[in-house]
Design a protein around this ligand. Structure first.
Ligand code: UDX
Ligand code: UDX
Length: 452
């Protein structure tokens, strides 16, 4: 297949590269010239484990191309994926102006039948707007279909999530569009192209038919599956965080409660990790976009308001926990381990570290910080308001307390005795429940965590 992917962000670039790995001929488009120029030099604009190897391999095989020109990409492709950003507006609604702008440019570039696919996360009914925009801007007589194909990629494991997905969802209006999308995904449906989770690498193997469910729905249902799934995952996190806050009052241990809950196969162990709450470029914006579109359509989805409120409160409670542990925050030095919103990514969008650091700076504290990957982006965010250190131990040196915000492996495997010696006071405030309270007490730490 000849495929175009418009938008080379976390979703567009991973999608384009994985389609190329499946043997398709892919053109990735972005209006950010610097990004495209860097990609031509093999410089990857985002941190995603394994992506650089795949980009190089597929550029070399001449299956993957980059351009800033939408017309060139559209004319050379039969399926066009739109994967540009849909960031939140101040109201919480999704900003769909980039989608409209790209749909217009696709329409004016179309010279023959195309399937135009929403890969970006969009509120339900966006497909109707995209179809209308293309109809108004395309040459008379040029036939097309609009489809929805939401992504379920987690940052840090996006390639595996793309090549070894739980399911592929496509929303279409006719069989023709469904067949073309099935052809795009065939190597993944049959797991001819897959991902070895142990070795963390792409594998090519004998195809077996229909391993991965390929779910065909209406466009609206497909759009809704994305918002409903992400919002449910966010709900699950806010639920266990609310239980954690209750555990603190009830003298229970949320880790034990979560384990007991998760053994029920209807609940499952995943996404029951209590902590400082969720961040990232998806959950916060998708839950508020889902809430806004439901209001617009006449349903007041107040359950989602609670999900958002609990998540916001979780950060406030954590900051209060720090103050309680320190008594006086002013003029104290804090060692912050972990800045990215979660491990294995450099993404700082809605990261809890931003709220925690700003709150402590406001109280007149000093901050030393370290993150294995998100240092550059953090330096742009915080500038010289905080001190950036070269590793966890350098950060802990002469600090009055240590705060862990992102559960990177290297923090979970810290030499705690060494940390104890480096800190001025053995105060350890853990936002991700990485350690056992009994072990930390034995090591002489004044250990604070969540819901235990
Ligand atoms: C994507 C989806 O857009 C979002 O809906 C989903 O929830 C998360 O994944 P992401 O890939 O993270 O978001 O977006 P971003 O990293 O902002 O990348 C979007 C890319 O599109 C950027 O590289 C931007 O330069 C490009 N873009 C944006 C265009 O090429 N044209 C435009 O008109 C607007
Ligand atoms: C999420 C969805 O998982 C993915 O399917 C969708 O396509 C995009 O949004 P992502 O945001 O990359 O992926 O990260 P994820 O691993 O889902 O974590 C989201 C947030 O929830 C992170 O801040 C993480 O720290 C937090 N989280 C996750 C918890 O607080 N507790 C948990 O048990 C799991």
């Amino acid at each position: 297949m000849r495929i175009a992917v418009i938008g080379t962000g976390y979703v567009g670039l991973v999608s384009g590269v994985c389609f190329a790995e499946c043997g398709h001929d892919v053109i990735c488009v972005d209006n950010n010239e610097v990004k495209i120029a860097n990609l031509h030099k093999g410089i990857i604009p985002i941190y995603e484990p394994g992506l650089d190897v795949l980009v190089k391999r597929n550029v070399k095989a001449k299956r993957l191309h980059f351009t800033t020109q939408i017309p060139e990409a559209v004319k050379n492709s039969s399926v066009i994926f739109i994967a540009v950003g849909t960031p939140p507006l101040p109201t919480g609604e999704a900003d769909l102006s980039y989608i409209e702008n790209v749909a217009k440019q696709v329409a004016t570039s179309m010279d023959s039948y195309k399937v135009v696919v929403e890969k970006s996360t969009v509120p339900v009914k966006t497909g109707e707007w995209v179809k209308r925009t293309i109809r108004f801007n395309s040459q008379a007589g040029v036939d097309f279909d609009v489809a929805s194909n939401p992504e379920f990629l987690r940052e840090g494991s996006a390639i595996g999530d793309f090549l070894k997905p739980d399911r592929i969802v496509v929303g279409v209006e006719n069989k023709k569009a469904a067949d073309l999308l099935e052809e795009c995904y065939k190597p993944i449906i049959d797991q001819a192209v897959s991902f070895d989770l142990e070795k963390q690498e792409v594998i090519h193997q004998t195809p077996q038919s229909n391993i991965v469910p390929f779910l065909v729905t209406s466009v609206s249902s497909s759009e809704l599956i994305k918002h409903a799934s992400n919002s449910f995952l966010a709900l699950k996190i806010s639920y266990i965080n609310a239980v954690a806050n209750f555990c603190e009052l009830a003298g229970a241990d949320v880790e034990q409660v979560a384990r007991g809950m998760g053994l029920d196969s209807r609940i499952g162990q995943k996404f029951l990790n209590a902590g400082i709450g969720y961040g990232g470029s998806c959950f916060p914006k998708d839950v508020s976009a889902f809430l806004e579109i439901s209001r617009e359509l006449g349903y007041h989805f107040n359950l989602l308001e609670e999900v958002i409120k609990i998540n916001k409160t979780q950060r406030e409670l954590f900051i209060r926990k720090i103050k309680k542990a320190m008594w006086i925050v002013k003029d104290k030095t804090f060692a912050i381990l972990g800045l990215s919103f979660k491990p294995n990514t450099d993404d700082m969008r809605e990261a809890p570290s931003i709220d925690v650091i700003n709150a402590l700076l406001e109280e007149g504290a000093s901050i030393k910080a370290y993150d294995p990957v998100a240092m550059n982006i953090s330096k742009e965010l915080f500038g010289d308001r905080i001190t950036f250190c070269k590793d966890a131990y350098d950060t802990a040196k002469n600090a009055d307390a240590l705060i862990l915000l992102t559960e990177w492996d290297e923090f979970v495997n810290l030499d705690l005795e060494k940390i104890h010696k480096l800190l001025n006071y053995p105060i350890f405030i853990d936002g991700r429940n990485c350690f056992e309270p009994a072990d930390m007490a034995k090591l002489g730490f004044d250990y604070h965590c969540i819901g235990r």
